[in-house]
Design a protein around this ligand. Structure first.
Ligand SMILES: [Zn+2]
Ligand SMILES: [Zn+2]
Ligand SMILES: [Zn+2]
Length: 120
């Protein structure tokens, strides 16, 4: 499998393993359904993704959850799911979701160019 993004891993002694974020939908959604590469959950069945932060330039950023202030679906109805990744209100968006906002530039995570890593 070829990732469109570089798969460089920062390895720093004593730090947790960090994985690059996934921006290509093809890497996330298969013909058989929508299995998230990060949490391995079926996006339509699980509540949301693993609650991991983002790391950018050694700084930890808290991610917006579905419906959070600043989320694209801010103030949505608590029984709605994300229109793209189907994460439930109050849960984290899945890998490759087009409705997650980048915490660094506040743009769309899928299309911005910030170098971000999931922190496991
Ligand atoms: Zn997920
Ligand atoms: Zn989402
Ligand atoms: Zn960004």
């Amino acid at each position: 499998m070829v990732f469109a993004l570089e798969r460089r891993q920062k390895s720093k002694k004593g730090k947790t393993k960090q994985v690059p974020i996934i921006r290509m939908k093809e890497e996330v959604k298969t013909d058989m359904g929508a299995i998230c590469k990060i949490c391995n959950g079926d996006m339509l069945k699980v509540d949301g993704c693993k609650p991991m932060d983002f790391i950018h330039d050694e700084i930890r950023y808290t991610r917006k959850k579905v419906g959070d202030v600043g989320d694209f679906d801010e103030g949505c109805d608590p029984d709605t799911r994300c229109h793209d990744c189907a994460a439930k209100y109050g849960h984290h968006h899945h890998a490759g979701c087009d409705a997650e906002r980048c915490p660094v530039c506040c743009g769309q995570l899928l299309s911005c160019e910030c170098e971000l890593w999931y922190d496991e």
